[in-house]
Design a protein around this ligand. Structure first.
Ligand code: ZN
Length: 145
């Protein structure tokens, strides 16, 4: 009679956590070697090799950009460069919070940065003077486009 109520070991085997599948050492090495053969995917353009500023910023005209068209941010006015092809005054720039270049230039004249929300990060005039400035005639060319 007692035998019937007692839980038998056969009916209720001890629960064990299932063993995790583990790669054999040689298979793990093979997998690591295979991963090395995959191409490295890089998102976005390469940074410039030479960071000396050579190009003028389309917004503030200070020569601050090492290269055009690779998304560099101007340290004077904080405008993110989109390349020569997008230096169009009334074209909203998606990477600059949909600001147009003309609006950004107006903001720069007013508070020293391209976007009024960045006014706290504006450089002082003395700090700005560390950068050379493009001639005004050349900016008029961009204005005609
Ligand atoms: Zn700038």
């Amino acid at each position: 009679m007692h035998k019937e109520t007692r839980m038998s070991k056969k009916a209720f085997p001890r629960l064990r956590r299932p063993r995790e599948p583990r790669l054999r050492p040689c298979a793990a090495v093979r997998q690591r070697e295979w991963l090395k053969t995959l191409p490295v995917v890089r998102k976005g353009p390469l940074p410039p090799k030479d960071w000396t500023p050579k190009h003028a910023c389309p917004c503030c005209d200070y020569i601050t950009l090492a290269e055009r068209g690779i998304g560099l941010i101007c340290p004077v006015c904080w405008w993110q460069d989109e390349g020569l092809a997008r230096d169009i005054l009334n074209l909203p720039s998606p990477i600059n919070r949909e600001l147009t270049l003309s609006a950004a230039r107006e903001n720069f004249q007013r508070c020293g940065v391209c976007d009024t929300s960045l006014a706290a990060f504006a450089l002082s005039v003395a700090e700005r003077e560390k950068f050379a400035r493009r001639q005004v005639e050349q900016t008029d060319v961009a204005a005609q486009i």
